[in-house]
Design a binder for this molecule. Structure first.
Ligand SMILES: Nc1nc2c(ncn2[C@@H]2O[C@H](COP(=O)(O)OP(=O)(O)OP(=O)(O)O)[C@@H](O)[C@H]2O)c(=O)[nH]1
Length: 804
C-alpha cells in the first residue's frame, strides 16, 4: 500500500484543525492505489527482491518497502540502502531517547515539551501557542525564527535530483578513495557496507560535508542520491494515480535543516572576518533610538538569519524615544516661557545658566507689539452736541408677506434719488429675464440671489436716506413667518416701525390673521411705540375711500388694544409700485374725488419724534453682524448702539465671551467717523480679539460697566398664546437661547400692572403676566431688556426683563 497522505496523518494526531500544519505535499488524483497493472507487477517483484536483500537484518513492513520502491522508481539497491539507514537511525534515536522533531523548520525554538503522539516526525504546533508569551520586538534570542532559503532544485534525496554526481560529489568521492588508499582514517560511513557502491558513498560524504556540524551526529546517509540509473531517469512519466508530490517530501527522507547548538550561541570566530553588510540606521531610526546608540553593534549571530533591524542590540526595548521633549515641544515651551516673561531680559529667563541654547535663543525672541490704536481722547458727548447733527431715526418695515414692503422702500429710495435711474433700469431688466418684473423695485432692498429668485425677503436689509430734517436708517424686515427671528433682530434696532398693509381684497384680512397682527404685537412688546401704517397697493382698489376707512378703523381698534396710543398711529394711503403718495401726492385724477389730502409717507416719517438717546448710560451695542471689514479690518461688527458712546482707541468688552478688544475704526452709515453715540447703527473695526469670541446677538460693552451673563430672569410678558410652564426659546436681538418658563408668578392688570391673580396655572392669550424663565446657557442681559419667547416656530409671548 502506498503511504497515507499528510492530511490523513495529521488527522490521526487529533490536533485542532486550526492549529495544524497541513502538509500539502500531495494531491489525491484518482483515489485508491491507482497503480497500473505494470506498476503493480513491478511493485510486487520489487517487494520480493528488497525483502530478500534485507533478509532478516531489519524488520520493515511491506508498506515501507513499497514506499521506498515507489520513490526510487523500483530501484532495488537504493530502496534497500534507504531502508537500512532509516532503520539504523531510528534505532540510534531510540537508544538516545530523542525524537526528531520538525516544526516548520524552527528547530529548537519550541520551548514546550512535545508529546510523543506517534512515531511520525512531523508535529503540528499552534502558532498562537508558540508565540503565546513572546513580547513584540523583544523576542528572546532562543525563540527567534529563521528563514532557511531552500535551494531552487531539490537536493539529493528521495526526490532524486541530478542523474549523475555533481563535481563536488565526484571530488569528495575521489578524496575519500585517496584517503582509503593512503590509510587515513576515513569519515565514518553509515551506509550499509553490503551496498558499498562508490556513488552512494560519495553522496553520503557530500551530505556530511554540507552539514558540517552534523558530523558528530552520525547523520543518515543522504538517501536517494543524485545517482540514478540512466534508464530510470529516461523513463517516460508514469501515469500515476498515486498522490502526486508537489514540493517536498514529508517522509521518509529527513528534511535538511540547520542544527542549532544547544548551549549558548558561540561568538563568531575572530579569525573569520565577515564583512558587515548592514546599512547604517536611517536618520529616523537614529532619532528614535538616539544618536549615542549609533556605535557599531555586533552583527547578527547567524549570517543566514533574517531578523528585524536593530533587534539584536536591544535598542528598541531599552530606548524610550518619547521620554524627553520632542523638538517641537522644546520650541513651544520656550515660546511660552518667552511670552510669560516678555519684560524679563532673556538672560534672566534661565538665571544666566542656560543649559539649552535653543531654548534660550527662542525665548529671547519677542514679537514687537503692533502700535496700539491711538485714541484722540475726545469728550464724545460734547462733540455730539457741537456737531449739530441732523436728527437720526431708524425704522423697521414690517407687515405680512408680499404686502409690498420692499417695493415701497425701493420706490422711496428711487424717488429720493438714493439710487439712480440706471440701477433701477438694470434691476428691471434682470427681473424681466426671470419673469419677475414687478419685483424690480423690491430688488433695491432684496439683494441676495435667494431673495431675488424666491421673491421673498429673508434677512434684514439696511439702507439709508435723509430728508431735510432727518437721517433715516431703513431696516426692511422679512414678512414670511419663517423669518420672524430676523424680524425680531430688525425690530430690536428700530426707533419706530412702518407697518405695510395690502389694501387689496382679502389681502388685508389674511394679513390681520397672520404677520400683520404678529409683527405689530412683537414690535410693541419690544418697546416700539410709534407706528406709521402704510395702506399700500391703493391702485389695486382704485383708491377706494371706503376700503381705506375700513382698514383704518379695524387697525386702530386692534393696535390700541395692543397698547399703542392712538396719537402714535399715522395711516398713509399709498401705492409703492406706482409711487403714489410716497414722496409726493398722487397726480390729479388718481384719487377719485380727491378724498385724501393728508401727508405723504415721507412727511409722516419726518414727523416722527425720534426716541431719546440713552447717551449717559453704560455702553451697550447689540451685535447684528460679524464680518470681515476689508484687508485692513479682518474683524468687524455692526449693530445699533443702544446706550452710551464710544470712540476710536477705546477698549471694549465682548459678552458673553468676556473678551476685550480695541476699536480700530468706526463707521456710521458707511462713512468713517471718530466717535458714535446711542441711537446710531454703527460698524466697529476691532483689533486684539479673535473672531471666535464674537457672535450675532453678543453685546459689546464697557469693561468698566459690563453687562452680566445671566441664566435666569423674571419678566413681564404679553401672552400671544397660552403660556404654561413650558420649553421656549428666548430671543433678544440676534441672540436666542433654549430656556424654560419655570414659574407663573402672577397675572397682571393691563392698565395698572397690578397683580390680579397669583400663581396662575395658565396665562391666557392677550393677558399680561409675570413669569420666571431659566435658560440652558448664560446670556448677557440687563434689566429693562426686551425679549421674545417663541416655541415651535410661533411667538408665545414678548416682554420686558424686570430683574436678573
Ligand atoms: N399693484 C401693486 N402691486 C404692488 C405694490 N407694491 C408691491 N406690489 C407687488 O407686490 C408683490 C410683493 O412685493 P414685495 O415688495 O416683494 O412684498 P414684501 O412685503 O416686501 O414681501 P416680503 O418682504 O417677502 O414679505 C410684488 O409683485 C410687487 O410688485 C403696489 O403698490 N401696487
Amino acid at each position: 500500500m502506498p503511504p497515507k497522505s499528510g492530511h490523513q496523518r495529521v488527522k490521526q494526531l487529533g490536533y485542532d484543525g486550526d492549529d495544524l500544519y497541513y502538509d500539502d505535499d500531495y494531491s489525491d488524483e484518482g483515489g485508491g492505489d491507482g497503480l497500473s497493472p505494470e506498476d503493480k507487477e513491478q511493485m510486487r517483484q520489487g517487494t520480493i527482491q528488497v525483502k530478500a536483500a534485507l533478509a532478516s537484518s531489519i524488520s520493515v513492513s511491506d508498506a515501507e518497502i513499497q514506499e521506498a520502491l515507489w520513490h526510487y522508481y523500483y530501484d532495488i539497491d537504493k530502496s534497500v540502502t534507504y531502508l537500512k539507514s532509516k532503520s539504523a537511525k531510528v534505532e540510534e534515536k531510540k537508544s538516545s531517547g530523542k525524537l526528531d522533531i520538525l516544526i516548520f523548520g524552527l528547530k529548537k525554538l519550541f520551548p514546550y515539551p512535545i508529546p510523543r503522539q506517534s512515531s511520525y516526525k512531523h508535529v503540528a504546533v499552534s502558532a498562537a501557542e508558540f508565540f503565546n508569551d513572546t513580547p513584540w520586538l523583544n523576542v528572546p534570542i532562543h525563540r527567534r525564527g529563521e528563514i532557511i532559503v531552500e535551494p531552487l532544485y531539490p537536493r539529493g534525496g528521495l526526490l532524486g535530483g541530478s542523474s549523475k554526481p555533481s563535481k563536488l560529489a565526484a571530488l569528495a568521492a575521489a578524496r575519500k578513495r585517496k584517503q582509503r588508499e593512503d590509510g587515513v582514517a576515513s569519515v565514518p560511513d553509515n551506509a550499509d557496507t553490503s551496498h558499498d557502491k562508490e556513488p552512494d558513498r560519495a553522496v553520503a560524504l557530500l551530505d556530511r560535508l554540507s552539514l558540517k556540524d552534523r558530523a558528530k551526529e552520525k547523520a543518515p546517509p543522504s538517501l536517494g542520491s543524485s545517482e540514478q540509473p540512466e534508464e530510470l531517469s529516461k523513463k517516460k512519466p508514469r501515469q500515476t494515480r498515486y498522490p502526486v508530490r508537489r514540493k517536498k517530501s514529508p517522509s521518509p527522507p529527513p528534511v535538511q535543516r540547520r542544527e542549532e547548538p544547544s548551549g549558548p550561541i558561540p561568538e563568531p570566530s575572530a579569525a573569520i572576518e565577515i564583512p558587515d553588510l548592514r546599512a547604517p540606521p536611517s536618520t529616523f531610526a537614529a532619532a528614535m533610538i538616539g544618536a549615542n546608540r549609533m556605535e557599531p553593534q555586533p552583527r547578527p549571530l547567524r549570517g543566514s538569519m533574517f531578523s528585524l533591524p536593530y533587534i539584536h542590540n536591544g535598542w528598541f526595548t531599552n530606548a524610550n524615544a518619547f521620554a524627553g521633549p520632542s523638538p517641537d515641544d522644546i520650541v513651544m515651551n520656550a515660546q511660552a516661557k518667552g511670552q510669560k516673561s516678555k519684560k524679563v531680559p532673556s538672560k534672566q529667563v534661565n538665571g544666566g545658566k542656560s543649559t539649552n541654547k535653543l531654548t534660550e535663543s527662542v525665548s529671547s525672541l519677542t514679537i514687537e507689539e503692533a502700535p496700539k490704536v491711538k485714541s484722540k481722547n475726545l469728550n464724545v458727548l460734547q462733540e455730539f452736541e457741537k456737531s449739530n447733527m441732523k436728527k437720526t431715526a431708524s425704522f423697521v418695515v414690517i407687515g405680512h408677506v408680499d404686502h409690498g414692503k420692499s417695493t415701497l422702500m425701493g420706490r422711496l429710495l428711487y424717488d429720493l434719488k438714493v439710487i439712480d435711474q440706471r440701477s433701477v433700469d438694470k434691476l428691471r431688466k434682470e427681473a424681466e429675464t426671470i419673469g419677475k418684473s414687478s419685483f424690480a423695485l423690491a430688488w433695491v432692498m432684496d439683494q441676495t440671489s435667494e431673495e431675488r429668485s424666491r421673491g421673498v425677503t429673508v434677512d434684514i436689509a439696511t439702507n439709508y436716506f435723509e430728508t431735510e430734517k432727518t437721517r433715516f436708517t431703513i431696516l426692511d424686515a422679512p414678512g414670511h413667518q419663517d423669518f420672524i427671528p430676523n424680524m425680531i433682530a430688525g425690530a430690536s434696532q428700530a426707533d419706530f416701525a412702518v407697518l405695510v398693509i395690502d389694501a387689496g381684497t382679502n389681502s388685508f384680512e389674511s394679513g390681520l390673521k397672520g404677520q400683520t397682527k404678529e409683527h405689530a404685537l412683537l414690535v410693541r412688546s419690544m418697546g416700539v411705540q410709534r407706528l406709521v401704517i402704510a395702506v399700500n397697493k391703493m391702485d389695486t382698489i382704485s383708491w377706494s375711500k371706503a376700503r381705506y376707512d375700513e382698514i383704518s378703523q379695524q387697525m386702530t381698534a386692534f393696535l390700541t388694544a395692543a397698547s399703542f396710543s392712538p396719537k402714535n398711529l399715522a395711516f398713509i394711503p399709498c401705492a409703492g409700485l406706482t409711487g403714489d403718495n410716497i414722496i409726493r401726492p398722487p397726480p390729479d385724477g388718481t384719487i377719485p374725488g380727491n378724498w385724501y389730502s393728508g401727508p405723504t409717507l415721507v412727511e409722516a416719517l419726518d414727523a416722527s419724534e425720534p426716541a431719546k438717546r440713552a447717551l449717559s448710560l453704560p455702553l451697550r451695542l447689540t451685535v447684528a453682524d460679524v464680518f470681515r471689514g476689508g484687508v485692513m479690518n479682518p474683524l468687524s461688527v455692526s449693530g445699533r448702539l443702544d446706550a452710551g458712546s464710544l470712540q476710536v482707541g477705546d477698549t471694549v468688552l465682548a459678552m458673553p465671551a468676556n473678551e476685550t478688544a480695541t476699536i480700530k475704526g468706526i463707521e456710521v452709515e458707511g462713512e468713517p467717523v471718530d466717535w458714535a453715540v446711542a441711537g446710531q447703527i454703527t460698524t466697529l473695526h476691532l483689533a486684539d480679539i479673535d473672531a471666535v469670541h464674537l457672535r450675532l446677538g453678543d453685546i459689546v460693552c464697557s469693561p468698566a460697566a459690563p453687562i452680566k451673563n445671566v441664566k435666569s430672569f423674571q419678566a413681564k410678558i404679553l401672552a400671544f398664546e397660552h403660556v404654561v410652564p413650558m420649553s421656549v426659546d428666548v430671543f433678544r436681538g440676534r441672540m436666542n437661547a433654549p430656556a424654560k418658563v419655570t414659574k407663573l408668578v402672577a397675572v397682571l392688570s393691563k392698565q395698572s400692572g397690578e397683580v390680579e391673580k397669583k400663581r396662575p396655572r395658565i396665562v391666557q392669550p392677550g393677558s399680561v403676566a409675570r413669569v420666571v424663565v431659566e435658560m440652558e446657557r448664560e446670556m448677557p442681559l440687563d434689566s429693562g431688556t426686551r425679549i421674545v419667547l417663541r416655541a415651535d416656530g410661533a411667538t408665545v409671548a414678548a416682554g420686558l426683563l424686570e430683574s436678573v
